[in-house]
Design a protein around this ligand. Structure first.
Ligand SMILES: *[C@@H]1O[C@H](CO)[C@@H](O)[C@H](O)[C@H]1NC(C)=O
Ligand SMILES: [Ca+2]
Length: 294
């Protein structure tokens, strides 16, 4: 179940009107009885020892306290507050323009070397008719170390270690959010794609790995490192929510939980949280009230 990301603090203040001992230690030999005494209450030594005068300290129970007011609403949009209970960061990046090289989000943390990986995100676009790159990663050795792009309404391309793999997918027409996961595994020598948590295509792959330490962008195709040689005709126009990568192939159940319950496996390698993302041009972000689910 998706949970709201709002910080609501409800303070219930119970006013204790009197601090009283409800058990007479002078009249019981139960060794547990002392635990009923509030920790900060003064208990005369005589009572603790079970002295016969202990009944003198017994009082009446006070009235219940009043319920306190609801606390102030928390701040919104501060990094670290965008994580939902399922462990998914809930953030949407907006790329409002097509055909430009100025709008993108640059991942400003370390990209590890990966022998297998799964990249997932919710995508919302109406541009399936041209090459539209939603993520690209370029090292100094290879301009297409890793990218994922729409090529046309029935083709999604994964490039890995300089080679492209084209997945044939059911006609993409939806302008509402769809959940995509694309994975590669040098161990299995396979690449695959799931759309809305259903495996759509698995292809064989040469098995090369993705090198680490270089620059990863959302919404532009790089041909050299550090957002170099961008191509306006390959820009992505639309919204990208919760882009993430894991350094392994997620199971079908994990992908299903991601898309249906907004539960993220914790061993992710890449999350585009605000503290790791640099926004350029007209790219903006928003923090949805709820983590998206199908
Ligand atoms: C993206 O998000 C914005 C703001 O919520 C919305 O106006 C727009 O319709 C969305 N979809 C696309 C395809 O840009
Ligand atoms: Ca490239």
């Amino acid at each position: 179940m998706p949970l709201k990301n709002k910080n609501q603090f409800v303070f219930v203040i119970s006013v204790v009107t009197s601090f009283l001992v409800e058990t007479s230690y002078g009249q019981t030999s139960d060794p547990q009885a002392q635990h009923l005494v509030p920790v900060c209450a003064y208990v005369p030594e005589a009572m603790q020892r079970g002295h016969s005068n202990a009944g003198f300290y017994r009082g009446v129970k006070g009235d219940p306290g009043i319920v306190g007011k609801q606390g102030p609403k928390g701040e919104k949009g501060v990094p670290g507050e965008m994580w939902n209970v399922g462990g998914c960061p809930t953030i949407t990046y907006h790329f409002p323009r097509d055909n430009q090289i100025t709008d993108y989000v640059w991942y400003r943390s370390y990209v590890p070397r990966m022998t297998e990986a799964t990249a997932c995100a919710w995508l919302e676009t109406s541009e399936y008719n041209h090459h539209a790159t939603w993520i690209s990663y370029t090292t100094s050795n290879r301009d297409n170390e890793f990218f994922i792009a729409f090529i046309n309404p029935t083709t999604v391309r994964l490039a890995i270690a300089g080679k492209g793999y084209d997945f044939t997918v059911p006609q993409l027409t939806s302008e509402t959010k769809m959940h995509f996961c694309v994975w590669f595994s040098s161990k299995r020598r396979q690449v695959g794609i799931s759309i809305n948590a259903k495996s759509v295509s698995v292809l064989s792959y040469t098995g090369e790995i993705m090198n680490g330490g270089a620059s990863m962008l959302l919404a532009q195709e790089q041909d050299s490192v550090n957002a170099g040689s961008l191509d306006a005709s390959q820009a992505f126009h639309g919204n990208i929510t919760n882009p993430m990568m894991w350094p392994r192939v997620l199971s079908e159940d994990e992908i299903s939980n991601l898309a249906h319950r907004c539960e993220c496996p914790v061993d992710h390698a890449i999350t585009f949280t605000l503290d790791r993302a640099e926004l350029y041009g007209s790219a903006t972000y928003s923090i949805p009230d709820v983590c998206p689910i199908i």
